[in-house]
Design a binder for this molecule. Structure first.
Ligand SMILES: [Fe+2]
Length: 467
């Protein structure tokens, strides 16, 4: 289906914003392709679907990268074959009203309430409790079918009454989904615990200083960690229709550690150096210490939230792998960078979620000299000083977030596959690449070529067939 919506000229041509150019240029139709050419061999134990969520405005224009209509790009693999590629927008009230800003659709000005079904649904896509959910942190999750048709907003049977993060954590020990939501009005932060079968079993308001933008959090086996950092909601900016978040020097940066089944009064707060962390890699308990690994930047959005990455910032201003060590016994914090190369979109083997892990994976966006790699897959060996192994793609090719999938019967932590979509500029087409996670720098195991652009975007998941 092609979008009948009129294109906004501000999203077209060489003057279009960075987030609407190159691999990020929106597509305006929904297709299903079943004849895909494959180079190499698709591992036969990969049976399921790889999904990536992207911002893909129907009008072709948004002021900010993070607010375009969510579109999912999926590839189904079975028994060594690529069955299909398809792309579908998530049907939300924002999709039904192209170009109308969120606040206009969501805010009831008389009651001053928000309709949390108004979502761009554009950030992540996950599977839990037999459901596939498209997530965006300002809103309710949206349930989709395995063929990417929209079922509708999901509120856990009405228990969820506020926003839900795009970055829940999946506990390998209990099968629970641990999550939170942040809002512009009190309660600013709410913690959620969801059972393995998808019932919300805990909903706890957490006291933070103000309306912080909490994009991600962390979970260990025993604790959750909230990142209460100085990126703050600004109502005046919201009324103007842009990205309503700015840096604040007055807001105290803190991490809060809470037992997983704890209450607001149980949160132990730690002062940390001012910074922002969009994404954590993992966290774990080490005696009295809670260790958090994530991609840190010194600050974000001081004067503007504009994101133009056509000219890379200095490496020290870009996201780099970092460690916070929070000592629950002494209340002290030790923090340090673990790598000097910029990287983002960190992922792990989910079997190590909440536990000390040896390996981390990330999208490399530069090297320590400041040179842009144009995108590479990094594998970090955390037992070896976060030593980096790199898969570099051909010049100009742009990979996205890569997801680790264990090999069937795997016993080693890195015995499995890394998969992502890669855009190639020379043909404006894309391919899904499958790497051997034990030989990241080596030749890909398989490339599944899609004869059109798979738009670069945000987060992705491998959702295996039910067993
Ligand atoms: Fe994210």
């Amino acid at each position: 289906m092609a979008s009948p919506v009129e294109r906004d000229p501000r999203g077209q041509g060489p003057d279009a914003p960075w987030h609407l150019q190159g691999s990020r240029t929106p597509v305006f139709d929904e297709v299903t392709l079943t004849e895909l050419s494959v180079k190499g061999e698709i591992p036969r134990d990969l049976n399921g679907r790889y999904f990536r969520n992207t911002a893909n405005p129907q009008t072709g224009y948004t002021e900010h990268w993070f607010i375009g209509d969510g579109m999912i790009h999926g590839v189904e693999l079975r028994e060594g074959r690529a069955n299909w590629y398809r792309n579908r927008w998530v049907r939300t009230p924002m999709f039904d009203h192209p170009g109308v800003d969120r606040l206009t659709l969501a805010l009831d000005p008389e009651k001053f309430t928000f309709d949390h079904a108004v979502s761009a649904a554009n950030t992540h896509i996950i599977g839990h409790g037999g459901r596939i959910l498209a997530l965006e942190e300002g809103s309710y999750p949206y349930e989709l079918t395995p063929e990417l048709d929209t079922v509708g907003p999901h509120t856990f049977g009405g228990v969820l009454t506020g926003p839900f993060t795009a970055h829940p954590k999946f506990c390998p020990d209990t099968g629970e989904m641990l999550a939170f939501g942040y809002a512009q009005l009190p309660p600013y932060l709410t913690y959620y615990r969801v059972s393995p079968t998808g019932e919300m079993v805990q909903k706890t308001d957490i006291t933070v200083t103000g309306p912080t933008m909490m994009h991600d959090f962390a979970a260990t086996r025993d604790h959750v960690v909230f990142m209460d950092l100085p990126a703050i909601f600004d109502m005046e900016l919201a009324m103007q229709g842009g990205m309503p978040i700015r840096w604040s020097d007055d807001y105290p940066p803190r991490f809060g550690v809470m037992p997983r089944e704890g209450a607001d009064a149980d949160v132990q707060w730690f002062d940390v150096a001012p910074s922002y962390c969009f994404h954590t890699l993992n966290a774990f308990d080490d005696g009295d210490q809670v260790v958090v690994h994530g991609m840190r930047v010194p600050e974000i959005w001081r004067d503007s939230s504009a994101m133009d990455m056509s000219t890379p910032a200095a490496p020290e201003d870009q996201p780099r792998l970092y460690e916070w060590r929070l000592d629950r016994a002494t209340g002290s914090v030790k923090e340090q960078y673990l790598d000097d190369a910029p990287s983002e979109f960190p992922r792990i083997n989910h079997a190590r979620q909440g536990h000390a892990m040896r390996y981390g994976y990330a999208l490399g966006v530069g090297d320590p000299s400041g040179a842009s790699l144009g995108g590479a897959v990094f594998k970090y060996d955390m037992a070896n000083g976060a030593a980096r192994e790199v898969h570099a793609f051909p010049e100009g090719h742009e990979p996205g977030e890569s997801v680790f999938v264990p090999r069937e019967g795997a016993t080693a932590e890195d015995d499995g596959y890394l998969m992502t979509y890669v855009w190639q500029p020379e043909t404006d087409t894309s391919y899904m690449v499958i790497l051997d996670a034990q030989n990241v720098a080596g030749e890909p195991l398989a490339e599944i070529h899609v004869p059109r652009r798979i738009v670069s975007g945000f987060h992705s998941s491998w959702i295996p067939d039910p067993r």
